[in-house]
Design a protein around this ligand. Structure first.
Ligand SMILES: *Cc1c(COP(=O)(O)O)cnc(C)c1O
Length: 409
């Protein structure tokens, strides 16, 4: 038997041991959706999560949703009413963000390799471009001049530090993201001199960290860096986007981030900020912390078999919807995501089984030697922490099994 990650708090079963999601029975949700596999996102959990963040963080800090974590249109429209801005990373995401009802002035667009038509769409809409290079700045300025529009431009900074303990490092050293800190002041001065509406800095040092002290330390370094750069520019940045980094517990020993501790430390950091930042606004951008826990992936067992003494439960889902749970999305060692039988939820495990997907590849494992109640064909498997980097971050075309259904309840 191998352990699985912690099932997020707040999930319970009814008297029939059927998992409830947003108060609805998992099996009834599958009926309503028409079939498995199905991603269900619980809107009440999204609301609670945003409220938890706001209670923990200083009032002055805005909350942005990094929509690459989950771009499902009904979820985006729901989030648009909860958060202060969306961060997008492609022209397609920009369009989805605008369709969600989020005002363009509260959309910022980061990401390497923005094509001219994507820059043009953002400038025309009045969204902020987080510039990733001097070359991108040149292209944005000339497109804005051609359109006769004052562009809203921020500089994404590649800081000289990264977020310790983070699952995905996106700052420090040679990176395709952002402008090296040493070159930022000259670029920002050039933007201001050109007449652009300079929006400030975007400083993102990493992702999926669980240690509040490491996040707080990175935020402190980020605010110091923003102050130093602003002094070198000779202007107050209207907005300093501090990045995000708050992760979620996917694996056995993982513990939830202490959001209150992050907030307390951030309040102190902001109290002590350089005078040049006195009138700046601040934002954090979060993806998975906001949406992962609200999502459950439901897949049905289509076969039960034994091979060399090991029990396999074969499902109609797999890595084509849940690449991360299979261990093939940025993890070095495969570990089990939180997993359960949705129709035997809370019942004591009595066997060890390996839950696999329906793809004809040994990579397609959703649970490796996990302890479960004895499962039968037709039972529903639930994979938790499925609200982020699931449907949109998995190779849905692989092996022709088709996309999963999605539903916001
Ligand atoms: C991916 C990304 C995020 C979101 O990361 P999470 O770990 O999902 O919170 C935020 N900002 C930028 C710039 C990103 O690339």
């Amino acid at each position: 038997m191998k352990p699985h990650g912690p099932i997020p708090p707040g999930f319970a079963a009814d008297d029939d041991a059927m998992l409830l999601i947003g108060g609805d029975r998992a099996e009834a949700l599958v009926d309503a959706a028409g079939d498995t596999p199905l991603f269900v996102y619980d809107s009440a959990m999204l609301t609670a999560r945003v409220a938890e963040w706001r209670a923990a963080m200083p009032d002055a800090v805005q909350l942005h949703y990094a929509m690459k974590a989950n771009p499902y249109a009904p979820l985006l429209a729901f989030m648009a009413r909860l958060v202060d801005g969306f961060d997008v990373a492609s022209g397609g995401e920009l369009k989805a963000a605008m369709d969600s009802g989020m005002a363009p002035a509260h959309i910022s667009f980061a990401g390497p390799g923005k094509r001219d038509r994507e820059l043009e769409a953002a400038i025309a809409a009045g969204a902020t471009l987080n510039l990733e290079s001097a070359g991108e700045a040149d292209r944005a300025l000339s497109i804005a001049a051609r359109l006769g529009i004052t562009p809203r431009l921020a500089v994404r900074v590649n800081p000289d530090f990264d977020l310790k303990g983070s699952g995905m490092k996106m700052g420090g050293g040679a990176k395709p993201f952002g402008v090296d800190a040493a070159e930022v002041p000259a670029l920002a001065r050039r933007l201001i001199a050109s007449g652009a509406d300079w929006r400030g800095f975007h400083i993102f040092a990493g992702s999926q960290a669980l240690d509040a002290a490491a996040i707080a330390d990175t935020q402190a370094q980020t605010v110091v860096l923003a102050g130093r750069l602003a002094n070198e520019v000779g202007a107050t940045p209207p907005l300093v986007n501090l990045g995000g980094g708050m992760g979620v517990p996917y694996f056995p020993a993982d513990k939830a981030v202490d959001a209150a501790a992050v907030g307390t430390a951030l309040a102190e950091t902001l109290d002590g900020r350089d005078a040049v930042l006195a009138d700046s606004s601040f934002a954090m951008e979060l993806g998975r912390w906001l949406v992962a826990e609200a999502g459950v992936y439901l897949t049905r067992i289509v076969d039960r078999k034994t091979s060399h003494g090991e029990t396999f439960l074969v499902t109609d889902g797999g890595l084509h919807h849940q690449l991360a749970a299979s261990g093939n999305f940025g993890t070095v060692i495969r570990r089990n995501y939180p997993i359960a039988l949705a129709n035997r939820f809370g019942i004591e495990p009595t066997e060890t089984a390996t839950v696999v997907g329906c793809l004809c590849t040994p990579l397609d494992r959703l649970g490796d030697q996990v302890a479960l109640p004895v499962a039968e064909v037709g039972d529903l498997v639930a994979i938790f922490q499925a609200g982020a980097y699931g449907a949109s971050a998995s190779p849905a075309a692989f092996l022709g099994q088709g996309s999963a259904r999605e539903m916001l309840v």
